[in-house]
Design a binder for this molecule. Structure first.
Ligand SMILES: Cc1cc2nc3c(=O)[nH]c(=O)nc-3n(C[C@H](O)[C@H](O)[C@H](O)COP(=O)(O)OP(=O)(O)OC[C@H]3O[C@@H](n4cnc5c(N)ncnc54)[C@H](O)[C@@H]3O)c2cc1C
Length: 280
């Protein structure tokens, strides 16, 4: 439980942080809340010789609205998301992350950059079709949720790049739900499902469903979405569509659940999430 020796720097500007990371090479890493990186370093599953702490960097913390999107600074902790109900499904999912201590320190940027498919916010970013802004030695670029998550703990961020902002459509007029299943309230999700539904009368105009912990990356329940688009929203259509929630998934078996049980959870949680998002 003791990490290998490392250096620590706390730059005062984004430019300085990017320069330090670039000079440090592949084994220099940004430090946000430290609630994923430090445990991995202690277990010697991650090694880095330089931690570049982003806490003092101005301009990458806080929430504001711009052009139909919520712009969330990467260093915004889960606890602040939880206290912003206007963020809809983002706030709802953030409130389910671990305990208050973890939510006070863990950040949205750290969670998305880490790329753990069992984390709550990656699936939500995918369902809302949000983007992240990434800044590095080559300038700034925008990465869509679909391109961000490449594999287990592997994202499209290049070494030396800093995730600076998360942009999420305000999703006005959409109903939402976040359904997470775990044995104890503070635990990671065995499976979680986020659902967003736009309807006219009782007809489903559009629907987006994000799945957590059903593969090496967060996934969309495409078969369910296709079955529901244009269909009347009632218990029967939702129940039938949700039966396809595990199509195209490959959930990892672990100490908590077999792959088959996770598939079962996906179907049940998907039905519950769409039902709540549709206001039924
Ligand atoms: C006991 C416990 C329970 C938890 N339960 C849950 C849970 O139920 N659900 C859940 O979603 N999460 C859970 N977490 C994880 C928690 O949400 C972490 O805070 C989160 O995964 C990582 O955020 P962080 O700010 O701590 O990042 P860090 O640990 O600081 O960093 C994680 C990784 O991302 C990189 N990184 C961080 N910020 C940036 C950035 N801005 N740009 C580029 N790279 C960056 C780091 O270099 C590192 O590789 C839990 C953690 C603990 C300790």
């Amino acid at each position: 439980m003791i990490p290998a020796t490392f250096d620590y720097a706390a730059p005062e500007t984004l430019d300085e942080a990017i320069r330090m990371l670039a000079d440090g090479g592949e084994d220099a890493k940004p430090l946000a809340g430290g609630h994923s990186l430090i445990p991995l370093m202690k277990l010697r599953l991650a090694s880095t010789w330089l931690l570049v702490d982003l806490r003092r960097v101005p301009g990458i913390h806080g929430i504001h609205r711009e052009d139909g999107r919520w712009c969330i600074g990467a260093m915004t902790p889960h606890a602040e998301l939880e206290r912003a109900p206007e963020l809809g499904v983002v706030a709802r999912a953030a409130a389910t992350i671990a305990d208050q201590q973890v939510r006070n320190r863990g950040t949205i940027g750290g969670s998305l950059a880490h790329g753990d498919p069992a984390s709550d916010l990656p699936g939500v970013l995918l369902a809302t079709e949000g983007t992240v802004t990434v800044t590095g030695p080559g300038g700034q670029r925008t990465v869509a949720a679909l391109e961000l998550f490449r594999d287990y703990l592997d994202t499209a961020l290049e070494p030396g790049e800093v995730l600076t902002e998360v942009r999420i459509p305000t999703m006005e007029g959409w109903g939402f739900s976040y359904q997470k299943f775990n044995r104890r309230r503070e635990d990671w999700a065995m499976v979680a499902v986020s659902a967003l539904v736009k309807q006219t009368g009782d007809v489903c105009e559009d629907v987006r469903i994000g799945m957590t912990n059903m593969g090496s990356v967060p996934l969309r329940a495409k078969a369910v979405e296709e079955a529901l688009r244009g269909a009347p929203l009632n218990a029967e259509t939702i129940g039938k569509a949700a039966e396809q929630a595990d199509e195209g998934t490959s959930p990892p078996a672990d100490l908590n659940a077999s792959a088959d049980y996770k598939r079962h959870l996906a179907r049940v949680l998907c039905r519950r999430a769409v039902t709540e998002a549709a206001g039924l």
